[in-house]
Ligand binder design. Structure first.
Ligand code: G4P
Length: 526
C-alpha cells in the first residue's frame, strides 16, 4: 500500500526552454514555493555565458553547479516533486535529451517577446517522440510581447502540438494587469515582486461580475470578456487525457521574475501532471507498483575530484522500492551489484538516503561499472527502452598526439563516452576513431578533460560527415553484403552496433535507394 501512495505523490518533470527564456528564474520560483529555498537568487544558472565559451575554469565550475542542481526535490501540497535540470547550452543538447527520458512530464518556457525559438523546437521533437505531456508557460508578460493569439498559433505550428490556454493575460508590458485563470475561474492581479510569493487570486464566479471592471478598468475587463468568449468558442474544452497523451499542451501566462503566474502554474501542474507510469523494457512493460525494484541510469557525472576517480550515476527509479545496501542485479554485465553510498537531492542539498520510490532520482557512487542506459533491478532481466543515442551533428577524427600515452587516451575516451560527453564511432578499417557531438564545445571539453584527468593529449581532425545511421535488416545476408560493399563507411558505436557513416544527404538517399533491404535509423533504438 505504501508503494501505491508514494507513487501517487510523485511528480517528476523537467523544464525546457531556449536559453534566456527564463528556465532558471522559473526553477527558482518553484523552489521558493516548495520551501526548498528561502530567498531569490539562490539558484545558480547552469548556463555557460557567451563570453565564457572557451573558459575552462568556467566549464569546470559549471560541472560543479550542475551536479548540485541536477535534481531538485521538494514537497508541495502533499506532493513530492522532482525537478530535473537540463543544460541550457545547446551544445549540451544530448544531455538534455537523455534527461528527458527520465521525466514523466515537461514544462516548456517560452519568451513572449521572442516566441518559439529553435532550441525549443528541437527539444519538443524529443518530447513528441516519447509522447511526454507538456505544459507551456509563456513568460515575461511584463514586457511588450507578441499578441497571445499569435503566440498560440506559432506554438501549434512550429511545435506541432495542439494548445489549450488555461489562463489568459489582461494586456501586457507596461499596462499588464494580470491573468484570468480559465481553469479555476480566478482573477490574479499583477503586482511585481521579485522576492515575495504571490497570493491566491480572487474567485470570480461569473466573467460578467463588475468586480473585474473595478479591478482592471472597464475597457480591459470588456476585452477580457471578449477574449474568454473567443477562447471558449475556438478551443475545444480542455481534456486532461489529451494532455496526458501528449496531444494537447495547456498554456499558462505569467512573469517568472516577478513571481507572477507561477503559483497557478504549480497548482495546476500538481493536479494535472502524471505520476510515474509503466515503462517498457526489452522484454515487457513494468508497472511502477510492481514490488520488485528496477530503474535505469540516464546520467553520469565523473571525476569531480581528479584525485578520486569516483563518479555519480543518476538512476531513475521506475518500479518498486529502492533500498540502500540491497543486493541488486546489473543487467548488462549479468552481475550482482550493491550500493552503500547513495544520495538523494532535496532542496539542493545532497543527503544520504536509505530508500527511494518510483519517480525518484538517486545518485549512486560508482567506480566505473555503470554506463548510461544500464538497467539495475531486483532480478528483472530486460533492459529499459527509450534511452537512445541520436545521430550527432559534428564529427571529428581523434589523432593521438602522444604515442606514450595511448592507453591513457583510450581509457579516457571510453570513460568520457560512458559519461555521455560525446559518442565514439570506431572504424574497423585502420582502427580509426571518430568522435561525434551535437555542439562544437564538447571537443574542447574532451581535450581539456583528457589532459587534466587522464594525462593524454589528442587533436581532432574535421571530417566531412552528414549523419551516423544505425543500420539493420530483416535479411542478415543482405546486411552482411551491405557492410562488405560499404566497409570504408562502416563503424561501430559504443555498444558494438553497426553504423553507416553518411557523407552527405544526397549520397545517403542514393544508398538508401540502392539498398532497399537495409533500414537506416537516426537513433540507436529502433
Ligand atoms: P534561462 O535559464 O532560460 O537561460 O533564463 P534565465 O532564467 O536566466 O532568464 C534570462 C533573463 O530573463 C534574466 O535576465 C532574467 O532575469 C530575465 N527574466 C526571467 N523572467 C522574466 C520575466 O518574467 N520578465 C522579464 N522582464 N525578465 C525575465 P538577465 O538580465 O539575463 O539576468 P539577471 O541579471 O536578471 O539575472
Amino acid at each position: 500500500m505504501a508503494l501505491k501512495e508514494e507513487i501517487a505523490k510523485r511528480r517528476t518533470f523537467g523544464i525546457i526552454s531556449h536559453p534566456d527564456a527564463g528556465k532558471t528564474t522559473l526553477t527558482e520560483k518553484l523552489l521558493l514555493f516548495g520551501g526548498a529555498i528561502q530567498t531569490a537568487g539562490a539558484v545558480k544558472s547552469n548556463k555557460i555565458k557567451m563570453h565564457a565559451r572557451s573558459d575552462w575554469m568556467e566549464i569546470e565550475k559549471q560541472r560543479g553547479i550542475s551536479v548540485a542542481t541536477s535534481v531538485m526535490g521538494f514537497n508541495y501540497n502533499g506532493k513530492k516533486i522532482n525537478l530535473l535540470d537540463t543544460p541550457g547550452h545547446q551544445d549540451f543538447a544530448e544531455d538534455t535529451y537523455r534527461t528527458l527520458t527520465a521525466v514523466d512530464s515537461v514544462i516548456m518556457v517560452i519568451d513572449c517577446v521572442k516566441g518559439v525559438e529553435i532550441q525549443t523546437e528541437k527539444l519538443m521533437e524529443v518530447c513528441r517522440m516519447r509522447k511526454t505531456p507538456v505544459i507551456c508557460f509563456i513568460n515575461k508578460l511584463d514586457r511588450e510581447g507578441r499578441d497571445p493569439y499569435d503566440l498560440l498559433d506559432e506554438i501549434e505550428e512550429k511545435l506541432d502540438i495542439k494548445v489549450r490556454p488555461l489562463s489568459w493575460p489582461i494586456s501586457m508590458g507596461k499596462t499588464f494587469k494580470g491573468v484570468y485563470s480559465l481553469y479555476n475561474k480566478t482573477l490574479h492581479l499583477f503586482q511585481p515582486s521579485k522576492t515575495k510569493i504571490e497570493q491566491d487570486g480572487e474567485v470570480i464566479e461569473d466573467i460578467k461580475d463588475p468586480i473585474i471592471d473595478k479591478e482592471v478598468g472597464e475597457s480591459y475587463a470588456n476585452q477580457l470578456r471578449e477574449d474568454v468568449e473567443l477562447i471558449e468558442g475556438v478551443y475545444p474544452e480542455f481534456d486532461v487525457n489529451e494532455y496526458l497523451a501528449g496531444n494537447v499542451a495547456p498554456v499558462f501566462f505569467g512573469s517568472a521574475v516577478n513571481n507572477f503566474g507561477v503559483k497557478e502554474l504549480l497548482d495546476c501542474f500538481i493536479e494535472l501532471a502524471p505520476a510515474p507510469k509503466p515503462r517498457e523494457t526489452e522484454e515487457r512493460v513494468i508497472a511502477p507498483d510492481e514490488n520488485k525494484f528496477s530503474g535505469f541510469i540516464f546520467k553520469i557525472h565523473a571525476n569531480m575530484d581528479p584525485n578520486h576517480r569516483n563518479r555519480i550515476a543518476f538512476i531513475r527509479v521506475c518500479a518498486g522500492k529502492f533500498e540502500r545496501g540491497a543486493n541488486y542485479y546489473h543487467v548488462r554485465s549479468d552481475k550482482k551489484i550493491r550500493f552503500s553510498n547513495v544520495t538523494a537531492f532535496m532542496a539542493q542539498e545532497k543527503e544520504l538516503v536509505d530508500e527511494a520510490w518510483p519517480g525518484d532520482i538517486v545518485g549512486l557512487y560508482d567506480t566505473g561499472n555503470l554506463k548510461i542506459g544500464d538497467t539495475i533491478s531486483e532480478g528483472e532481466k530486460g533492459i529499459y527502452k527509450g534511452i537512445p543515442s541520436f545521430s550527432p551533428e559534428i564529427f571529428k577524427e581523434v589523432v593521438n598526439k602522444d604515442a606514450m600515452k595511448t592507453k591513457q587516451l583510450e581509457k579516457g575516451l571510453n570513460q568520457l563516452m560512458e559519461e555521455g560527453v560525446a559518442q565514439l564511432f570506431s572504424y574497423e578499417l585502420g582502427a580509426r576513431k571518430v568522435v561525434g557531438t551535437v555542439g562544437a564545445l564538447q571537443f574542447e571539453v574532451i581535450q581539456h578533460r583528457l589532459k587534466h584527468e587522464y594525462g593524454a593529449s589528442c587533436d581532432f581532425m574535421s571530417m566531412n560527415l552528414y549523419k551516423a545511421c544505425w543500420i539493420s535488416s530483416k535479411d542478415k545476408k543482405k546486411l552482411n553484403e551491405f557492410v562488405d560493399s560499404k566497409y570504408r563507411h562502416i563503424a561501430k558505436d559504443k555498444d558494438g552496433k553497426l553504423v553507416f557513416m553518411a557523407e552527405s544527404r544526397a549520397w545517403l538517399t542514393m544508398v538508401q535507394d540502392n539498398f532497399p533491404d537495409i533500414e537506416f535509423h537516426f537513433t540507436s533504438e529502433f
